[in-house]
Design a protein around this ligand. Structure first.
Ligand code: GUN
Length: 257
């Protein structure tokens, strides 16, 4: 992989289908989906919200840009070491006085639910969660199955040669496998901080016939609670700007169609 030499290239084991294509899940997965009352997720996969804390906390994202934040603190890696820069897109006082529209836009609520939790399922018929980011920090816990995650740290940028455009700043990209085989480095629990792009796809269990896959079932807890106004999808232009040409070519299929 151009992202992690110790892992195979990012290639789908189960081909993602168009969002409109019919899903023909195995009887066991169909039963799991109906028992847990899972719905199709716009990212791909299935989900159900299992908890939304009625306790409300101050909205920590107030007065940041309308899209999910490119974190306030971006780390640049230079030959002389890492330096941090405040690239906040917080509105200035001047913006606040003139930009009354932004104040009333979705996402500018004064409070958020303290946390929300979901079950999330990938299946052979809906095997990929497309690249997106949330403003909130997300704690993931594995229940069953196996998958691969890719995280683009849009807030950690370093100079890197890009064959397409020459030297320019590129974000750190991370990939790991989630699964029960902790001795082989598979993760049972993983945390994705707010502002980072995330995608995931289904893998077969080792030694399993890929045709018998029973899905990847996890839980996710977001703090503060999930709101659509804190969520956005990666676009092709942003992907190509954040990573090298080779990495973008390896990850293009993980964008929302
Ligand atoms: N509604 C749509 N997507 C999500 C999500 O990822 N989490 C929660 N809690 N609700 C959602």
């Amino acid at each position: 992989s151009t992202i992690d030499p110790s892992l195979p290239p990012l290639k789908p084991v189960y081909e993602p289908k168009d969002a409109s294509a019919p899903r023909d899940e195995s009887p066991r997965l169909a039963k799991l989906i109906s028992t847990l009352q899972l719905q199709q997720h716009i990212e791909g996969g299935y989900f159900v919200e299992t908890d939304r804390d009625v306790n409300r906390v101050p909205n920590p994202f107030l007065n940041t840009s309308p899209s999910a934040s490119d974190n306030e603190q971006t780390t640049f890696y230079t030959s002389t070491g890492a330096v941090s820069a405040n690239l906040s897109n917080k509105l200035t006082d001047a913006d606040k006085n003139t930009n009354t529209t932004a104040q009333s836009e979705a996402g500018q609520d004064k409070t958020r639910n303290a946390s929300t939790s979901i079950h999330y399922l990938l299946t052979p018929e809906s095997p990929m969660g497309a690249f997106h980011r949330n403003r909130g920090r997300t704690v993931h816990t594995l229940h069953r199955g196996r998958g691969r995650y890719v995280i683009i740290h849009a807030d950690e940028v370093m100079p890197e040669y890009d064959s397409h455009s020459g030297i320019r700043s590129k974000a750190r990209v991370e990939s790991f496998i989630v699964g029960q085989n902790v001795e082989k480095g598979e993760k049972l629990q993983w945390i994705v901080d707010g502002g980072k792009y995330k995608s995931s796809f289904l893998l077969p269990l080792e030694g399993e016939d890929p045709a018998n896959n029973q899905g990847l079932l996890i839980s996710e807890t977001v703090v503060p609670g999930f709101e659509y106004s804190d969520h956005d999808f990666m676009r092709i232009e942003r992907l190509e700007a954040l990573v090298t040409k080779e990495q973008a070519d390896e990850m293009r299929w993980m964008l929302r169609k």
